[in-house]
Design a protein around this ligand. Sequence first.
Ligand SMILES: *Cc1c(COP(=O)(O)O)cnc(C)c1O
Length: 436
Amino acid sequence: MKLYSTNSPEEFVSLREAVLRGLPQDNGLYMPETIPQLSADFFEKLTKYSFQELSYQVVSTLLQGALPEEVLKNIIESAIDFPAPVVQLDDDTYVLELFHGNTLAFKDFGARFMSRLMSYFVKDDDRELVILVATSGDTGSAVANGFHGVENIKVIVLYPQGRVSDLQERQMTTLGKNITALQVDGSFDDCQRLVKQAFLDQELTQAHQLTSANSINISRLIPQMLYYFEAYKQLLEKEVDTEKIVFTVPSGNFGNITAGLLAQKMGLPIKKFVAATNDNDVFHQYLKTGEYNPSVSVQTLSNAMDVGAPSNFARIKDLCFTWSEIKDLIESYTVNDEDTITKMQAVYKKHEYTACPHTAVGLESWERHQAENPEAKSVILSTAHPMKFGDVIEKALGATSELPEKLAVLTKREKSFTQMSAQFKDFKKYLLDMNN
Ligand SMILES: *Cc1c(COP(=O)(O)O)cnc(C)c1O
């Protein structure tokens, strides 16, 4: 398998290089040179496959021998080790729950797969791989968890002091082993600046083999294709008319929806996607006007989607080519905080279903789409467990439900972190002293 950068389509790198580098030097994004089609035989047998079996079929078809068969099987088995159930709300509405992994958000799929792939690629290196990740909450916990206990890899998570929830902080600071948490006296932007500066610092890149684990890494998108196939399989089992299905995807950086587009390119018969966004509506404006104007993000209740410059936009353009082709494939809706809360209440009242704010943005977008397309049915991707956002649940529904076990155990664990100023010289000294 070869990959190119969206900015230099004629230069190719190996899977190993794309995964360990993350971002090409020309600031583009890595894409597979070819996207092979799954066979008719695969789709005929789909309902007979387990989630892991279909995952192996899809990934081995895409990677075309880039990894030995046994290695890939092991990676899939240990990374895709939790279910993605489709829950029916009414005749036309199905929710795909992607929050049954360790940190209760869909990012567990990408982080677990990426960690095992990186670990395989560096296993014979004499130097440890040091992963720096700046986070505003969800990404740091998924990455820390995904890499926890993985040999020859060290993870350093930088998070802004006082700006992540107590549970999110606990998810990052109670792991120990190869995970180090730095509580930065600054904002998320400061954290991101420190990480970026570290990559540019020669003394640091000589002292350590540094990489990043943010969402633009191609190895996080690959496993995100898999649950589209898994959802489709479950719809077939439920004898749903899949011709009418649109996938509704709550979107921020647009990685999740890009993974859906890749699944479609590999042959998954989906005709339409609905991009559900909050007030950060850069993509929505692009579909309307054909002009792409990234901006600064605004804060909303669905905060994991507060993105002003969706980083996967370059990949969507690369896959679909023109504005009108993108418009044919994706419809978008923007849902403000007030409508998000109203939707959470309505869904609870009607179905006794508690949706996280991101999922609620998806459900509301679907309702608006359905009003214009009464024949359609939809699978809405549910991106996080509602109790990750207990304060919003309380605001919307008046009470919260019990904490799931995976979060409840955290409240009993001791937090452990190092405080760090937002000055690069302090961060640099910390990294240089680390091995001594
Ligand atoms: C990251 C995230 C999103 C947005 O996903 P993208 O791939 O960035 O579009 C939506 N919901 C939740 C809960 C997330 O953590």
